[in-house]
Design a protein around this ligand. Structure first.
Ligand SMILES: Cc1cc2nc3c(=O)[nH]c(=O)nc-3n(C[C@H](O)[C@H](O)[C@H](O)COP(=O)(O)OP(=O)(O)OC[C@H]3O[C@@H](n4cnc5c(N)ncnc54)[C@H](O)[C@@H]3O)c2cc1C
Length: 379
């Protein structure tokens, strides 16, 4: 890693931190309480180059690498995990799928709008009956003349209602047959494509999670991403990168929860002393700091491998598994350090605690990460 990359990473972290303090911090509580999805914020993040970080400059992006991308997600998520999640889903899933598997026309049409934040992207793999078992999807795309007709439902989709464009993976072959899914680009406003129910969530409440519904939705063959039958294989490759972004999201949440607990432990006095002076509390802080450091090393290791064009299936799953479980542990201890105040909305600990849990579920649960890692080490 060169000095220039480290300097870039530090500059990005500082500017994203400043941006977050200005545009996000004052609104955190209101957005969380109202479950308000701040669409306009993502246009502002786009103006600052954060919505197309991995997209080459010729397609309107910032043309940076995973190291810088991780640094940006960490800083946003340190302030508000919801914003980190939406930014990560837009960049890693929808935008990256078009970047990695789109043809030149598709890249020219969609990437400049997505990378500048003019358009928000969604990515639909999960369905009501198939989450971990996503390869068994029921949404179908049937060949009809020179196009395709989509029918079915996707759920738990980040920006399922507000996304201007979605990458949708649908079954184009027989159930359970190999190579039976294909990816398509579907624009909002296409007849037969609607946003469905918005979820009322435990955490990440300012990130929109909603259904996408397809009823006789006709799209042209020009909207197909890559070859027929390669949609699920493409998705696994997209998730290899996406998991690095969820590790970064986890790292940011863990950092935020730790920073708050550390400051509070130095201020709060009991028995005539700051609670940080009790070994029971200082050892918690030591464990939290050590876990965060280990999660950081795993996350940046995966980012560096990805930037070097090397395989990252095992490393991104390890980073996601360890960082997300760390976020949950650290946020839990943060609430404990705040005591009764940690259980109230007057302090930030309870929100970190609620937000952290998503990280062990989205883009593959912790159990599925262990499946991915064990398959890699046993193959
Ligand atoms: C806020 C949020 C945002 C999301 N955004 C998106 C998005 O943008 N696009 C998208 O496509 N999806 C998205 N998802 C969906 C997410 O990826 C799925 O929820 C996740 O993959 C788990 O699927 P499931 O919820 O159906 O759980 P299930 O698959 O039903 O799992 C239930 C439990 O069983 C366990 N389990 C399942 N199979 C196994 C196994 N083989 N071995 C051991 N344990 C197993 C799981 O680990 C889990 O504990 C999002 C979800 C949330 C909550």
């Amino acid at each position: 890693m060169t000095n220039e990359i480290v300097e870039n990473q530090e500059l990005i972290a500082q500017s994203v931190h400043d941006l977050g303090e200005r545009l996000i911090r004052p609104n955190i509580r209101q957005w969380d309480e109202d479950q308000h999805f701040p669409v306009e914020l993502f246009q502002q993040l786009g103006e600052q180059g954060l919505m197309g970080m991995l997209v080459p400059v010729e397609y309107g992006g910032t043309g940076l690498g995973y190291r810088e991308y991780v640094a940006a997600i960490v800083e946003l998520s340190r302030i508000d995990g919801s914003v980190g999640l939406s930014m990560a889903a837009h960049n890693s899933l929808c935008t990256n799928h078009i970047l990695m598997f789109g043809n030149e026309d598709q890249k020219q049409t969609y990437l400049p709008r997505l990378a500048t934040g003019e358009w928000l992207g969604a990515w639909g793999l999960t369905e009501p009956n198939t989450g971990s078992d996503a390869g068994n999807m029921r949404t179908t795309a049937v060949r009809d003349g020179d196009g395709w007709v989509l029918n079915g439902a996707k759920n738990f989709i980040t920006h399922g209602r507000s996304g201007n464009v979605a990458v949708v993976i649908a079954r184009t072959g027989e159930p359970n047959a190999p190579h039976n899914a294909t990816a398509f680009i579907v624009e909002r406003g296409t007849p037969g494509f609607t946003g469905g129910r918005k979820e009322d969530k435990l955490g990440m409440r300012a990130s929109e999670t909603a259904e996408m519904l397809f009823q006789d939705c006709r799209i042209s063959d020009a909207q197909r991403l890559g070859k027929v039958g390669e949609g699920f294989i493409q998705s696994l490759k997209i998730l290899d990168g996406g998991r690095i972004s969820i590790a970064a999201l986890s790292l940011g949440i863990a950092h935020g929860a730790y920073d708050a607990a550390l400051a509070y432990a130095k201020e709060r006095e009991q028995f005539g002393k700051p609670i940080a002076s009790f070994q029971g509390i200082s050892f918690k802080l030591a464990d939290m700091a050590t876990d965060i450091e280990a999660a950081k090393l795993l996350t940046y290791q995966a980012a560096d491998l990805k930037d070097a064009g090397k395989p990252v299936t095992k490393e991104s799953a390890m980073a996601k598994l360890f960082a997300s479980e760390t976020a949950v542990r650290v946020a839990n201890e943060s609430v404990q350090i705040f005591g009764g105040y940690g259980y109230t909305k007057d302090y930030p600990a309870e929100k970190f605690y609620r937000d952290a849990k998503l990280c062990t579920i989205g883009e593959g649960t912790s159990e599925i990460q262990k499946l991915v890692i064990s398959r890699q080490i046993l193959k």
